[in-house]
Design a protein around this ligand. Structure first.
Ligand SMILES: *Cc1c(COP(=O)(O)O)cnc(C)c1O
Length: 352
């Protein structure tokens, strides 16, 4: 007998590379190229360090209230955590406690199967169709829960709210988690369905549309009953997930709606322009509603383009996985960054 036989073994999630070299054009982890709202810097610079002596507010009331107000919900319908990864992991632990398999697409956020394995939750992946769209029927059979990203990652494909409503309505026996990490860039949010369906949990994050990946803030919205169960698990795990600095910075971000809208609109404009240029260069891609484009070239293999970009300090993401090995996920940076990448691709594809 060896102690290692009793270790919980998991194959961890692999995050996109964070290069030490700052000269890289970094389009590999869907970070926002613009700074957080000016109020965030002010909140951090003006932060009274004496506050750190004390534990933070376990209910995170000021941030919960700011988010509840922004989304037109009650504070009891709001849950916050250390990035949406923390919120999603907590949701898996809380709501997916059945012997039946949970369902999610075959091509999606690659953390879902990692959490399922970690928590010993059985799961069954449902293949997207050839256009990378979900098929509603796949989610209308017996299951122990459902998790779907809308818009989906890494494909960028969004489905209509009405499609999710059918899935939610067909599953009164399980919780449906909609991961809206990218919804601000053009998806149709399921938040308006919360009042009607108490088995719906919608998860969002400050990491992409609010330029705060480094601060780690995510949140979930759902019925009061659902949020209570989520809080019961959280308070059985770690009462103080959110630190005092993150709480102050988060509130400052939510308070500046104008800046939020302005930066999101800039990214969407850059994305639409990038789509046209990529198409001109011979790439095809599903219509992205995200701050990234999932593109394949009609003749040149993705691995080759990935290597060429990387050798020239331009990082994108590539997965050697079935169905998607010929695609590159290219995050949307500033106009200047995209111009450099597009110019490089133009020259490379002509001269190879
Ligand atoms: C980025 C991302 C998340 C998690 O982001 P956090 O930084 O942990 O908030 C969750 N789901 C999807 C689909 C993502 O792309």
């Amino acid at each position: 007998m060896n102690w290692e036989d009793n270790v919980r073994k998991v194959v961890p999630y692999v995050a996109g590379e964070q290069p030490k070299n700052q000269d890289v054009i970094k389009l590999n982890t869907n970070e926002n190229p613009y700074p957080p709202a000016p109020g965030v810097a002010a909140a951090i610079q003006g932060f009274d360090c004496d506050i750190l002596r004390k534990y933070p507010d376990p209910d995170v009331s000021v941030l919960v209230d700011a988010l509840a107000k922004r989304h037109g919900l009650d504070r009891e319908q709001m849950f916050v955590g250390v990035g949406s990864d923390d919120v999603l992991a907590m949701s898996f632990l809380t709501f997916f406690h059945s012997d039946k398999p949970i369902l999610f697409p075959d091509i999606t956020y690659s953390f879902y199967d990692v959490w399922a394995d970690l928590f010993r939750i059985p799961y069954q992946v449902q293949p997207l169709d050839d256009d990378f769209c979900i098929r509603k029927e796949d989610y209308c059979k017996e299951n122990g829960g459902i998790v779907i990203a809308n818009p989906n990652a890494p494909t960028g494909v969004a489905a209509k709210r009405s499609a999710y409503e059918e899935i939610i309505r067909a599953n009164p026996g399980s919780v449906v988690v909609i991961d809206e990490a990218y919804v601000d860039f053009g998806g149709e949010s399921c938040v308006p369905l919360i009042e009607q369906y108490d088995n719906l949990l919608v998860v969002q994050t400050f990491s992409k549309s609010r330029s705060m990946a480094g601060m780690r803030i995510g949140y979930a919205m759902g019925s009061k009953k659902l949020i209570k169960y989520l809080n019961d698990v959280k308070f059985s795990f770690n009462s103080y997930t959110m630190d005092s600095v993150a709480i102050a910075a988060g509130v400052a971000s939510v308070e500046d709606e104008a800046y939020f809208r302005e930066t999101v609109a800039k990214i969407v404009a850059t994305r639409e322009r990038t789509k046209k240029e990529l198409a001109r260069l011979g790439f095809h891609f599903p219509d992205a509603k995200t701050n990234f484009i999932f593109a394949a070239h009609k003749t040149v293999p993705a691995q080759e383009i990935f290597d060429a970009l990387r050798a020239n300090a331009m990082y994108v993401r590539h997965w050697n996985k079935p169905r998607i090995s010929n695609y590159l996920r290219i995050s949307i940076g500033t106009d200047e960054e995209m111009d450099k990448v597009l110019a490089f691709l133009d020259a490379y594809l002509k001269n190879r």
